[in-house]
Design a binder for this molecule. Structure first.
Ligand SMILES: [Zn+2]
Length: 381
């Protein structure tokens, strides 16, 4: 298998699928991996939008609280086997925003989302969300961010087994002036949130606006030491935009679906990303259900993984796309014939690509080592 150094605590031969990582998936052998392993595997989630991560039970509670909105559950989730266009996905987010339009809602969904990631074996989580104001309820952008931070702090006080950080998101549809305000807000909160706010995300409809309009705000963010996770090359034919955003360069790339030449990107883009060693946040279920990737076996994970480029498996919107991070690991393993050592390696390397301070990364690495020993004895290798 085309990957670098692997941990040798796992018996690689026993868990190795018979195929090399190729596009031929006919004889993949995975029955040796216990089904609950993916949930038990300690994981790092680095690409999770708060509102898109709200789970069906939480949404049902919110729908019951707001019957006047006449929202049905099918308007907020894409079930197994279904898909939607990217435009339809953005419409679904608008529906969810109607359900989360008070401080109380934001607090409740943040706590639930954190609890759910923790239950799925996620030990470190970076949530991202666009500060939102709702005139009808008096919610301001500042209170929105404060409320998310309060929920993160309370989860920690309640001993949730998970470290959480927060990225403020710049929604492309709102234009450069709002982007600059968001950066200033992130600057303030990075100082006052006790390290919870660590950076910014650029997201929203990839067809809205032009990346050049956001460069000054993003550059300012970089200059003051905030980290940047940018949705990039999410749709085809945006080479010029992508080139421009890469010059910053971002600290991580969200999706990067159309970077490589086989899908209309270019070798220059690939070389640049590799030279700067910019990790990719890859969300398989989101891309297939959102119809930017035709099928799981065509996912660009394979391209980058075979280049030994930093790849991080993420959920994007676990609520909307009806997935979990453990499901994404299982999907990658079964689709690309990864063995247990490969999976472990993916989850461990994600620690390095997080925006956590080195002390937190160090703690996480210790946790991983401890859990590996425990899992090894449980699995009876
Ligand atoms: Zn995203």
């Amino acid at each position: 298998m085309n990957i670098g150094a692997k941990p040798n605590i796992f018996n690689e031969e026993k868990f190795r699928g018979e195929n090399k990582v190729t596009n031929d998936f006919k004889a993949v052998n995975h029955e040796v991996i216990p089904p609950d392993l993916y949930q038990k595997l300690p994981k790092v989630e680095l690409h999770a939008h708060l509102n898109g991560s709200v789970s069906p039970p939480t949404l049902e509670r919110l729908i019951a609280k707001k019957p006047h909105l006449n929202i049905e559950h099918s308007m907020t989730v894409i079930s197994k086997g279904q898909s939607r266009t990217l435009e339809e996905c953005f419409e679904m987010f608008k529906v969810i925003h109607q359900l989360t339009n008070t401080e109380e809602d934001i607090f409740e969904v943040t706590k639930d989302v954190i609890k759910e990631f923790a239950a799925d074996g996620v030990k470190y989580l970076e949530l991202r969300s666009t500060p939102r104001e709702e005139k009808s309820t008096g919610l301001t952008k500042k209170r929105y961010v404060e409320t998310v931070i309060e929920a993160i702090k309370q989860s920690k006080e309640e001993n949730a087994d998970i470290e959480v950080r927060f990225l403020l998101a710049i929604d492309r549809r709102h234009g450069p002036a709002v982007a600059m305000d968001t950066v200033k807000m992130a600057e303030d909160f990075s100082l006052s949130s006790n390290g919870i706010v660590v950076g910014l995300d650029l997201s929203g409809d990839p067809m809205a606006g032009h990346s050049k309009d956001f460069i000054p705000a993003l550059q300012r963010a970089k200059n003051v030491g905030l980290k940047l996770a940018l949705h990039l090359a999410e749709v085809p034919s945006q080479k010029e935009e992508t080139e421009l955003l890469l010059t910053l360069p971002p600290d991580r790339i969200g999706h990067g679906t159309f970077l490589h030449p086989e899908v209309g990107g270019s070798q220059e883009l690939v070389d640049y990303v590799r030279k700067n060693c910019i990790p990719l946040e890859l969300c398989m279920t989101s891309n297939v259900k959102g119809q930017t990737v035709a099928s799981y076996d065509k996912h660009h994970f394979l391209y980058w993984y075979n280049l030994q480029h930093p790849c991080i498996l993420c959920t994007d919107d676990k609520g909307v796309f009806a997935t979990e991070l453990s499901t994404e690991y299982e999907l990658a393993a079964t689709t690309f014939s990864l063995n247990l050592a490969d999976i472990w390696s993916l989850s461990t390397q994600a620690i390095d690509y997080s925006f956590a301070p080195s002390s937190v990364k160090c703690d996480l690495r210790h946790q991983w080592l401890k859990l590996k020993t425990e899992m090894t004895s449980t699995l009876r290798f």
